[in-house]
Design a protein around this ligand. Sequence first.
Ligand code: B0W
Length: 825
Amino acid sequence: MQQNYKNHRIRTSLNPELIQQNFIDHLNLTIGKDFKNASLYDKFHALSLIVKDKVVEKWLETQKKYYNNNNIKRVYYLSIEFLIGRLLYNNILNLKIDNEIKKAMEEIGLSLEELSEIEPDAGLGNGGLGRLAACFLDSIATLGYPGYGYGIRYDYGIFKQVFENGFQKELPDDWLKNGYPWEIERKDRTVKVKFFGRSESYKDDNGNLRFRWIDTYEVLAVPYDIPIVGYGNNVVNTLRLWSAKPINEFDFDNFQKGNYLKASESKILSESISKVLYPNDSFYAGRELRLKQEFFFVSASLQDIIRRYKSQFGRNFEHFPEKNVIQLNDTHPALAVPELMRILLDEEFLSWEKAWNITKKTFAYTNHTVMPEALEKWEVHLFEKLLPRHLEILYEINARFLDSVSKKFPNNIQKIRNVSIFEEGNTKQIRMANLSIVGSFSVNGVSKLHTEILKNKVFKDFYDIWPEKFNNKTNGITQRRWLLESNPELSQLITETIGDKWIIDLNHLQNLERFSSDSSFLEKFYKVKQSNKTKLSNYIFKNLDIKVDPESIFDIQVKRIHEYKRQLLNAMHIIHLYFILKENPNHDMVPRTFVFGGKAAPGYRMAKLIIKLINSIADVINNDKDIGNKLKVVFIPNYNVSLAELIIPAANVSEQISTAGKEASGTGNMKFALNGALTIGTLDGANIEIKECVGEDNIFIFGLNADQVIRLKESRLYNPYEIYLKNENLRKILDAINSGYFNKDNPHLFTDIFHSLLFGLNGSEPDQYMHLADFDSYKTKHKEIDKLYRNKIAWNKKALLNVARVGIFSSDRTIKEYAEDIWKL
Ligand code: B0W
């Protein structure tokens, strides 16, 4: 045993010579390469294994502590997406071993930066919802809470985006192809997940009516664990991702009979479950495979949670909700409600009342969007085929619930209809949001405005029934990734100036306010921004062959492409500036570089057309000799977590311009402000709270607010065509889009954009997202930006005040609120 510990000490030593020795050992003995023949990926792999050695030791310690403490309560975060990005440098920073590793690598001629950048970006998510889950895991570990993430180990994450002639093309993201150093396969924790079959009733030995789910088709769920390293606190939590495998790799019966293809059919069927992430951000497609994915990871996770509970506390489930809380990240894991019921009823033989009492005390639900097209509703037919027993349970849950509602609100048929888990109609459907609310003790929105909209509109009927269930938890971001890791120069300047407490308590940034009139500090602050802009410029030149000037204003919109996020409004403004410059090349303006990044769902036609439009505009403007360097437009392909870390620190202006009432929170808005960009934005989502914190002089707010949007729509007085006729600027912009000005080869390409703005497309109202209503006020704010940027001191002072005042948007704050108000850890 002694020997073991000695080896541990050697393998986890921070002595540079031992780090180098361990590096060579891993490269030679684990990966099987000598230094000379090793690829950069091999070297990254070897270094990751060194870091993993240090992580695993703390991991075992942490899990042992949790297991040996009968007083703790565990939190489980169930999410169909975790957008964790790269881990090597993140883990090194959280272990606080960056200096030692850097030095050891440098001495053998390797750059930590270069090694880090070869790591595949784990893109197991679409956008904000998945990234939020990753930030939360970082904060849960850093705050030392016993937390677990549960999700799916997709073979293919979010697709790789490339542009072909300005059109988005999707390529598969084969992120596991070279092996992934951070995961540990836990074959011994494999569970079976059932599908299909039927429900059968029987009498047990005591004469009670019981049910069982039989004649099922089973799939194996194999867990892969990824360590989640807390910052500087020796805590390592677990993200457990499930991979689907067939029960029998190969069907020998069929093979013997000569049915070669059929012999591997079950393998194909099973493995397809965890094959690929659905790439539809905020859009519900209603596919059977997606329903399988949802049940697959929920069932496997619940079995695992219950196994862990039983091994520590035995079979008495009454204490289950005191020891466990399960947070549902949107409705994607909502099947956990009927699945926990099924396990408690059919496998643990609890009574309905006891099972339901435990279930509703265990779950808490977070809603992330009010966009109607994102609401999950499963067709009863499809559901019944796949999960017959769960459908029975849902009917029973619903009957009892509606019964209680009709007692509280007699003769209110409309309310009953609205809150029912089932939606009647031509095709009967299951409303997953209603199920989530009925099955949870807490329902939260992700910003103040969003929560108010949930309470007063979207879930009003539920709020009348259970006002106490509803609460707000404004989103946050982890400063470890979004400042410490992504912006090393600003981090260093901050730490030199006010110390490093901000890394675990972001409110310490307030101490920077004292320097907001210190011109020598502001100069350093400005230089950091310039350096980050230069880095981004170099990337753009190297990868896209476009020269952008770091002296120009970097005006950036990066996020998923959605009509409600209004990349189109940004594009319209760019066209406007372009026409001003065309008319008068000497027009006095600070040079601007507009940067875009973001993927469109592969089936979202309008979003893809907007990408093509922006690329076409970029082509025309960047190659127009009249314009010179005053205007540049760059669409950086394949926006992901790693690119966000490069792009966000380089921004002067952050575009957060969704139609008010549509963006539940946004988290990019927080990342930009933390890195010293000024926001131009609507009164939507968390922008409102950012404005309250930084002060209205330090943000550019424009456009209609959420109430005004609704009132204008309800009045039916909104007539974009009339605005178009009256407003010469808008007329020129939209006519240019419509006439092929930006696409001479195919002049009709963008007419659908024109039509959707002025007349509506396929029965939708004209300009659903109010681009024309907000255009003038948007344009005016951009003029103010131009004016302010000329005053270097004034600009940098405001930018610094943004950094100093956004400490509240740390996910540490968000997680503390969840832990205190909801999880009661
Ligand atoms: C993402 C994916 C899917 C799906 O694949 O079906 C459905 C809905 C979403 C989604 N994403 N819903 N809301 C979001 C974003 O969540 C973040 C984190 O709370 C918010 O900041 C964004 O405002 C919201 O759009």
